[in-house]
Ligand binder design. Sequence first.
Ligand code: MG
Length: 463
Amino acid sequence: MRNILFTLSLLLPSAAAAAADQPNFVLIFVDDLGYADIGPFGSQLHRTPNLDRMAAAGRKLTDFYVTANVCTPSRSSLMTGSYPRRVGLDENEQGRWVLFPGNREGLHPDEITVAEVLKEAGYKTGAVGKWHLGDQPEFLPTRQGFDSYFGIPYSNDMGHDSRRQPYVYPPLPLLRREKVIEQEPDQRLITRRYTEEALRFIEANRQGPFFLYLAHTMPHWPQYASTRFAGKSKNGKWGDAVEEIDWSTGEILDKLKELGIDEETLVIFTSDNGGAVRHGADNAPLRGGKGTTWEGGHRVCFVARQPGRVPAGTVSNALAVSTDILPTFAALAGASPPADRVIDGKDIRPLLFGAEREPTPHLAYYYYFMSHLNAVRSGRWKLHVARMGGRYPDYEPNPVSELYDLHADIGETTNVAERYPQVVERLRALAAWARADLGDGKKQGKNVRPAGLAAQAVTLTAN
Ligand code: MG
């Protein structure tokens, strides 16, 4: 394919030349992994030799954020380049924080996903793993730009293995494309099976260009690992699952090398939200974790590698967001993000390929907890404007005014609001912009789009 494109490029210089340069993308998106759960981000507990070598050959982003502290809203941004509130997936119809099996909602079919952008640009696209953007037929990955799909379409505790009896959901489905091929698959094998599937996809599409989205089910609760890893880590089931994901990453890096497509493949490794501390995650030195708008809920580990392109062994401290994946991949593919709607992401090629001190393109980053704006970061400053209180289903935010200097105080220990009234004022103005544009609680934003809504909810079952 590439040879043909090269030949064509002699005849059609601009378009085909761009196509010949299109890198492959492997996007590894781990579920609930903590900021410090891997060696490159300081883990002393987990053995992650493959991620260690990936970081040594690539670049770490220390200030990379996802847009939510739980699964569904975070994934909506990865796919669309937009904040969850912009695409209507900040919370579900019942005001719960993620989608549940049989919910009518999902990522709207009119949304243009990163997979659709790349497919349009000539990429083969494959999704393996957790989806969690709707389990109704019209919302599945194969309807959102992916040529293929293999995985458990939502969280692995939403089945009959949940230890939350009585069972309220159908048996946990494993899908190939849109068909349930197994119920209650053996979760000890899930990381291995996802990895084998990912390797097959890479082999089959080695001519490129391809986009592989590998969204691990682990180490989301309940954690499992295969025999080779179970009981072997120093951090219980959590550590076992993390170490198996490290192995999986190594298999992928090795496969790229074996196929000789190492240098034309950008591999990114990151997490969908902060680490679930009560299950064994480590977010140090960040405060809080999954389900909070402290740094530990929204800031995640991030490693990028493309030999010869991403400078080896480097670190960027510039603020970047998961919304940036779509415009950045689009630019690298010679494509454009959708121009008929608001996209929050920025092209962060300079942060991946340029000098370590390249500045962030973001004026601000907004921390939403479900539908509620809780904090805003600009530069080194983070202002908390509200904090969720109570317990589900009565989450209501309490107004707060706390300013933290994230450069001097990454753990958010010392409120300096009184010392810097002008900074507080500037960040309050940014928060006001977000409330108007994206909305806040029941206040509707002026630039938002609806979630998809199935006419009648159906259940994913095997037949
Ligand atoms: Mg998650």
